[in-house]
Write a protein that binds this ligand. Structure first.
Ligand SMILES: Nc1ncnc2c1ncn2[C@@H]1O[C@H](COP(=O)(O)OP(=O)(O)O)[C@@H](O)[C@H]1O
Ligand SMILES: [Mg+2]
Length: 234
């Protein structure tokens, strides 16, 4: 089963004089209900791809089909609706609101969606932050803040969780914990997680690994026996 069918997708930034081809005519199917890693060096087009899938931006050409609909044809309002209803985002920078507690940060996200899908407290418990619910971001470690941002993303039970190098700013041990939380979410909720990284080792926990280089697909591989995060070293 596939979530996104990507067809001849290109993204070119800039003007005629200074063009950057960030994605160069890529075609691929993204499997559903899997933990997918998109692997590539810095500048290979990973974030660009994720932003297009997440309806944050429009491509220069090509299609992204989701449930038979071409997402590249959506209006601004429809793009916002799609993000709100289907997508959870986790970024390298946690983007928490500093004056709100962990719980309020997560609740704030539920207020933005039409129907509350999960209890904010429950979301924080599921990322292991039961004892940090009333803490403010400034009182939390980097790993804890990242877990708040994961709770904020999963509280609306998104079908698709898009993660842009969420462990990039974290030390090894903390990074492993974040991977464990995400793997657990994936096996509990059977959602689709697309996790982008430049770290080859992380790719070993994925069900599917998509490798990008210079805006092109280098390979797509199924991992028959993914490692657990604890077995990974980097
Ligand atoms: N808004 C932008 N304007 C111009 N160039 C951009 C923009 N965003 C990304 N790029 C360029 O597109 C290429 C791919 O970037 P990106 O998708 O961020 O790569 P990655 O996430 O793999 O590091 C890079 O060369 C980058 O400099
Ligand atoms: Mg990036």
């Amino acid at each position: 089963m596939t979530t996104f069918k990507i067809r001849n997708l290109s993204k070119i930034y800039g003007t005629k004089e200074s063009q950057v081809v960030a994605l160069d005519n890529i075609t691929l199917d993204i499997p559903k209900n899997r933990f997918i890693v998109v692997l590539g060096e810095s500048g290979s087009g990973k974030s660009t791809l994720l932003n297009l899938i997440g309806c944050m931006d429009k491509p220069s050409s090509g299609k992204i089909l989701f449930e038979g609909k071409d997402l590249t044809k959506l209006s601004k309002t429809q793009m916002t609706e799609f993000r709100k209803n289907k997508i959870g985002f986790v970024f390298q920078s946690y983007n928490l609101l500093p004056d709100l507690s962990a719980l309020e940060n997560v609740e704030f996200s539920t207020e933005l969606v039409n129907k509350m899908k999960m209890d904010a407290e429950q979301a924080l418990v599921s990322v292991g932050l039961k004892d940090r619910i009333t803490h403010f971001p400034g009182e939390l470690s980097g790993g804890e803040q990242q877990r708040v941002s994961i709770a904020r993303a999963i509280v609306k039970k998104p079908e698709i969780l898009l993660c842009d190098e969420p462990t990039g700013a974290l030390d090894f041990e903390t990074g492993i914990k974040i991977l464990e939380v995400l793997k657990e979410i994936q096996s509990d909720t059977k959602n689709t997680i697309i996790f982008i990284t430049h770290n080859k080792e992380i790719a070993r926990i994925a069900d599917t690994v998509i490798r990008l280089r210079s805006g092109k697909i280098l390979s797509i591989e199924e991992n028959l026996s993914p490692l657990t995060p604890k077995e990974v070293e980097w």
